[in-house]
Design a protein around this ligand. Structure first.
Ligand SMILES: NC(=O)c1ccc[n+]([C@@H]2O[C@H](COP(=O)([O-])OP(=O)(O)OC[C@H]3O[C@@H](n4cnc5c(N)ncnc54)[C@H](OP(=O)(O)O)[C@@H]3O)[C@@H](O)[C@H]2O)c1
Length: 296
């Protein structure tokens, strides 16, 4: 199984760089789907809730009509078609609203703004499901283990929220953990008051029931996973240089094998990092960071 997580993910920039987004998220996926299939391998490809227009009044099923509102969503939908039509038993796994203890994401941005600003305004009319990246990783491993039929699958955490609800929860949970010293007022605002280059679906909750029935990965409410992730922010980091080297690689393998993401046995860590990669800890444990062949 080949797992394709690379993508052009700058949603707003994609509006002005459509060609680039199409090249990476659509055309390249077609090339990859054909190459992977001719090598006798299956392809698991990540996609997004942004393939939907957000007009549904219930959670989106994998087979529901797509209608992307943005260049990013359109390019990702193109990639999905290649995986479904050109790969042998290709798997499209859609997810949404992803955050983790590392990398650029909504939770870390909110924590920074809550430290820097006296008040925040956050959009309250876009509804989705905040989703912990480590949970997606577990679901991916679950799918690889099961080897399900080709097709479209959905995975997010459980429940739903607006970005405003999510921001309020982040602040509350961070205060309890001492990650913030004081609360700032958070004001709910409509999307119209926070214009972005790309249009986003107003409602993009994904129905994950079919995938949950298939894989052993635990599906948890988003707030539960938010707590685990914030706990992880308080745990120590281990920085590894030479993560692709003999000892470094074995250290990373050991870490993978001994965490809840440990279904990663057999992963070659050199495949996990192109330049600088951060692997999220399981919450109670460590966050391991390494960079292939170079010092951080
Ligand atoms: N984050 C979300 O909220 C979210 C929601 C729904 C779906 N998804 C999907 O989940 C997948 C992973 O997203 P992510 O959040 O992990 O995105 P990300 O943090 O932006 O990571 C994207 C990865 O793609 C690589 N990449 C970009 N352009 C490339 C190219 N031309 N050649 C090779 N590698 C390239 C990047 O490498 P460099 O860093 O070295 O450039 C990076 O490792 C994507 O398919 C995305 O559409 C994400």
């Amino acid at each position: 199984m080949a797992h394709h997580a690379a993508a052009y993910t700058a949603v707003d920039l994609a509006e002005d760089h459509r060609g680039q987004a199409i090249a990476v998220n659509d055309t390249a996926v077609g090339v990859l789907a054909a190459a992977v299939s001719s090598a006798g391998c299956r392809l698991l490809h990540l996609s997004t809730d942004f393939v939907f227009d957000g007009k549904s009044n219930r959670a989106y099923l994998p087979a529901d009509q797509t209608n992307p509102l943005s260049a990013y969503g359109t390019s990702k939908l193109g990639g999905e078609h290649h995986v479904l039509n050109r790969a042998v038993a290709g798997i499209v796994l859609r997810t949404a609203w992803v955050y983790a203890a590392t990398g650029r994401n909504f939770v870390l941005t909110m924590l920074r703004l809550m430290r820097e600003k006296e008040q925040l305004s956050v959009v309250c009319d876009q509804i989705g499901t905040p989703t912990w990246a480590a949970g997606i990783a577990a679901a991916i491993w679950g799918l690889i283990e099961v080897g399900p039929p080709g097709g479209v699958y959905h995975w997010t955490d459980l429940g739903l929220a607006s970005w405003y609800d999510f921001a309020v929860a982040i602040q509350d949970e961070a205060l309890v953990r001492g990650l913030l010293r004081r609360a700032v007022p958070i004001t709910p605002i409509p999307s119209a008051a926070y214009p972005t280059r790309a249009r986003r679906p107003a409602f993009s909750v994904l129905d994950t029931a079919a995938t949950r029935a298939l894989v052993k990965a635990p599906a948890r409410h988003w707030r539960h996973n938010l707590r685990i992730m914030l706990d992880a922010l308080r745990t120590p980091y281990v920085f590894i240089t030479g993560g692709a080297g003999f000892i470094g690689a074995n250290f990373v393998r050991h870490w993978l094998a001994n965490t809840q993401q440990g279904a990663g046995g057999g992963v070659r860590c050199t495949d996990l990092c192109r330049q600088y990669r951060q692997l999220n800890g399981p919450g109670q444990g460590l966050t391991v960071c390494f960079r292939e062949g170079r010092y951080l």
